[in-house]
Design a protein around this ligand. Structure first.
Ligand SMILES: Nc1nc2c(ncn2[C@@H]2O[C@H](COP(=O)(O)O[C@H]3[C@@H](O)[C@H](n4cnc5c(=O)[nH]c(N)nc54)O[C@@H]3COP(=O)(O)O)[C@@H](O)[C@H]2O)c(=O)[nH]1
Length: 882
């Protein structure tokens, strides 16, 4: 069941009043009231009952007293009548007289006797035999005392028949007033209790006739009759173990008391019944009350406990949410007349939410979501909340915020349905989203240029192929490789290289049409995807790109110029899938390189033949060293001042079994690429050293032989070791060996290069920088090179005499070299004009076709002999003839 969180906290007093603590108190008071009323009623009932008992007693007493008084009056009457008759007629005639007038009492109840002064019964009714009562106390009382009153004796046995009787006696006097005997009226004691009525006295009621002497004349309790016992008035309250209400009254004119008693048990039985009934009712009411209040109390206690939990949970929630990094919104659903959710009203928020929304909690409490932001109704947030209210449970979603009131771009929202509304936990995930975007971008883009990377280009190419297929249009895939980038990178450093790539990337981008794509494939390789839909040709874009790349760039305060080689494959003619198109574009690009760079080539099937040839060459190259297919030619180096050959440059040739004699440009890059350069370079080094040593041993003037060292060769760890080995094996002195390295090779890792050059220099070997001017050596770096010669690249020499720029460069290099105390050699000197310029500008040495092409060893030997002094030449010729 959903809990409502919209209930506000109730006031303390109300919470206290209906709390489980008040209930027992209230129940206790009610219980007390019940019992007070019950006890009071019982007491009242008791009082009424006791009053009724008193009334009954009084009534009984009245009745009993009247009865006994009547009986006693009758007895006394009889005594007086008999006395009168005796005193008038004598004892014997008295009864006859009385019987005649009917004044004698019935003999069944009373015995009447006349006793003479000796105590002898002289007459009796009913008749009995004579006997003496002289010893009886009642006779003696009258004999001894002259009293006209009736004496009532305690119950005693009759002398005649042994029956128990109460004796009432009166004194008889003679004419002189002397004692003349007594008159006795005796009766059964039961006579005085015969009026016992069960209906009034109950089973245990009491009637008694007691003498003033305390001796009981007759006592009836229920069916039991007794007499003779002496009892005090208060003892009648508890006889035979039965408690009774009793009353005693003295009879007038006779020393007797009448006593009536009602058994408390019987007299109060109605009351007791009622009392029990009331107690039972009160007991039941109490039990119901206790049970009810206990249950109620338990319920209230549980309720209070639950409220406490809820309160604590709310307090915890409030504390937790207040400190939370997430924004909490408690929103109550607002429904329209049809019951549909039309809005959400703010109910509660935390401080993070206040910040996010720019309103305080108090301000928000009076607002609705759509009231705050009308766009909210169409937002993902609103839809999510409605959904969670309909489906329940917990829902999460991320959405891009379009509500200007929320100060976040991306939000993560977790919603929980509660009774009547939702709790929304909202987190600003803008930073995470941006980071993800960045990550996504990085995964698909090149960090340096920001262009799509290889994986992205592949994906875009797949899309572009699909689109071209759909539209039945052509797609151009251009593979672009920068020419000379390596040189810039190696010479000016990686930062300059990076800058160059960024500029080139930007320029390429500027050349594209809408819908074209440029990406960086890695290193200095770029790929263009150009659509040729609707007959619009893409070739002009390629030309624009080529020209844009060719524009010079200022890097490290130097103007640098690079070009690019472009290879193009066209969908669907050159391939139907991305891989094939890229492969063919790459092939075309290599063809562009082969054709002198800075041009664009469209893929043709023949290009594959070139590639195949290249592979074939590579295969042959692997065995060429072992099979002795290489040979060295030597180009003389001439002193410009003397015109004498002072050294030679060893240049390698490959006598290919199929293709004939191949120049180094055809196989050196392949050897570099494949690593065969290590073995080939070692062979060149050893062969050159051996040849030079042979020439020297043949008596020719010693020459310094120059050997070209390629970049990978120079970087190899074992270079110094290999050089030392070549010298050792050939026996050539180190001063007759020179190694030529290019600027780019040195600049690639300047520190290590300088260290390695230092090692070689220390061995006594000379070092020169080849193709100087085409790299980007800094002057400060140049100072630290342990070199002896700079070689001016033939590209600057070619136009000497006609190109002022080249002339300026050449003369600058010469001046610079001399300032650094280096010798300068110019290569590719083909004309007298060039030689004249060089000589005139102080160039020290030259090599070129003007003087000699590269020569086979024997040809060179002949040339050297020609310039040797005559005696040396003669010796040489003789040696040759021998
Ligand atoms: N790592 C190695 N590189 C080598 C080796 N042998 C040669 N090479 C490098 O190959 C490049 C081409 O060399 P090559 O075809 O031999 O051309 C050289 C000369 O023939 C040429 N040259 C000399 N004089 C002239 C001239 O007057 N005009 C003209 N057009 N060309 C001329 O120049 C090349 C020598 O250049 P350089 O080395 O810069 O002095 C070349 O770069 C060689 O370095 C090798 O064994 N290992």
């Amino acid at each position: 069941m959903r809990k409502s969180i919209f209930a506000r906290r109730r006031p303390l007093l109300r919470r206290g009043l209906d709390s489980y603590l008040v209930l027992p108190l209230f129940a206790g008071l009610l219980l007390l009231a019940i019992w007070l009323v019950t006890v009071r009623e019982i007491n009242n009932e008791r009082a009424h009952a006791q009053e009724a008992v008193s009334d009954s007693l009084r009534e009984l007493m009245g009745t009993y007293e009247a009865q006994v008084s009547r009986s006693l009056d009758g007895i006394d009457q009889t005594l007086r009548v008999v006395k009168y008759a005796v005193e008038r007629k004598g004892a014997l005639g008295a009864f006859a007289e009385l019987e005649r007038v009917g004044l004698l009492p019935p003999g069944v109840v009373f015995n009447v006797s006349i006793v003479d002064r000796q105590g002898q019964v002289v007459a009796s009714r009913p008749r009995r035999s004579s006997m003496s009562v002289a010893e009886q106390p009642y006779f003696k009382v009258h004999q001894e005392r002259d009293s006209g009153a009736t004496f009532v004796s305690p119950v005693s046995r009759d002398v005649a028949n042994n029956d128990w009787h109460v004796h009432f006696t009166r004194r008889l006097d003679d004419a002189l007033g002397n004692f003349a005997g007594i008159v006795i009226v005796e009766t059964d004691p039961a006579y005085f209790t015969s009026s016992y009525e069960r209906s009034r006295l109950g089973e245990l009621g009491m009637l008694a006739l007691v003498g003033s002497d305390g001796v009981v004349r007759a006592l009836r309790t229920g069916d039991k009759l007794s007499f003779g016992q002496r009892l005090h008035a208060r003892q009648f309250g508890l006889l035979d173990g039965v408690a009774r209400y009793s009353d005693m009254r003295e009879l007038h004119g006779v020393a007797l008391n009448v006593v009536v008693g009602l058994a408390q048990q019987e007299a109060m039985s109605a009351f007791e019944r009622q009392r029990k009934e009331k107690l039972w009712q009160a007991g039941v009411a109490s039990a119901v009350l206790v049970l009810g209040s206990t249950l109620l109390c338990l319920w209230a206690w549980q309720g209070a406990r639950h409220r406490t939990h809820v309160r604590r949970a709310q307090e915890t929630y409030a504390a937790a949410t207040a400190a939370s990094m997430d924004a909490f919104f408690v929103l109550r659903a607002v429904r329209d007349s049809a019951g549909a959710i039309s809005d959400f009203a703010f109910f509660d928020t935390n401080s993070r939410a206040e910040k996010m929304i720019g309103h305080s909690k108090e301000e928000l409490r009076g607002m609705t979501l759509c009231g705050l932001s009308p766009q909210a109704r169409s937002s993902a947030m609103f839809a999510g909340m409605v959904r969670v209210m309909q489906l329940g449970g917990v829902h999460e979603q991320e959405w891009e915020n379009n509500l200007p009131q929320l100060k976040a771009r991306w939000l993560h929202q977790q919603m929980v349905a509660v009774e009547g509304g939702v709790v929304a936990i909202v987190r600003d995930i803008t930073e995470r989203k941006l980071a993800e975007e960045r990550m996504r971008h990085l995964a698909h883009h090149d960090t340096l240029t920001g262009l799509p990377n290889r994986s992205r280009i592949n994906a875009r190419l797949d899309q572009a192929i699909a689109q071209a297929h759909r539209h039945n249009s052509a797609l151009l895939v251009a593979f672009i490789d920068l020419d000379g980038f390596k040189l810039v990178n190696d010479s000016l450093g990686h930062n300059a290289g990076d800058e160059l790539l960024k500029v080139v990337a930007e320029r390429m981008g500027d050349c594209l049409r809408a819908g074209d794509v440029v990406g960086r494939f890695g290193g200095d390789e770029f790929v263009l995807l150009l659509n040729e839909s609707h007959g619009v040709e893409a070739a002009p874009v390629l030309e624009r790109v080529r020209e844009a790349v060719l524009e010079s760039i200022l890097l490290c305060d130097q103007e640098v110029q690079v070009s690019c080689s472009i290879g193009v494959a066209v969908y669907p003619d050159d391939g139907a899938d991305a891989e094939t198109l890229l492969m063919h574009a790459d092939t075309a690009m290599y063809r562009a390189k082969d054709l002198g760079k800075n041009n664009c080539q469209f893929y043709t099937r023949e290009m594959n033949a070139t590639i195949e040839r290249k592979l074939h060459m590579l295969e042959g190259l692997r065995n060429a060293v072992d099979e002795g297919q290489f040979q060295l030619v030597y180009q003389p180096k001439v002193d410009l001042r003397t015109g004498h050959v002072f050294g030679v440059e060893a240049l390698v040739r490959w006598l290919h079994p199929e293709y004939g004699l191949l120049g180094p440009d055809r196989f050196i890059p392949l050897a570099e690429e494949s690593g065969i350069i290590f073995a080939l370079g070692e062979w060149v080094l050893q062969t050159a050293c051996r040849q030079n040593q042979l020439w020297q041993e043949a008596g020719l003037s010693p020459l310094r032989i120059s050997v070209n060292v390629s970049p990978r060769q120079f970087e190899e760890q074992r270079l110094v070791q290999r050089v030392a080995q070549a010298l050792e094996e050939s026996g050539l002195a180190p001063e007759w060996l020179e190694l030529e390295v290019t600027e780019g090779v040195i600049m690639r890792d300047l520190q290590q290069a300088v260290a390695k050059m230092g090692e070689l220099r220390a061995m006594g070997i000379s070092l020169s920088i080849d193709d100087f001017g085409t790299g980007y050596s800094s002057l400060s770096a140049l100072k630290s090179f342990p070199i002896s010669t700079l070689k001016i690249d033939k590209s600057f020499v070619r136009d000497l005499g006609s190109n002022a720029g080249d002339e300026a460069i050449a003369s600058s290099i010469i001046g610079l070299a001399h300032q650094l105390r280096l010798r300068v050699i110019a290569e590719g000197v083909e004309t007298e004009e060039q030689r004249a310029f060089l000589r005139h500008n102080g160039c020290d040495e030259m090599q070129g076709y003007l003087f000699s092409r590269p020569l086979a060893p024997e040809q060179l030997r002949q040339l050297l002999l020609r310039q040797s002094p005559p005696d040396v030449a003669r010796r040489q010729l003789a040696a040759a003839a021998a």
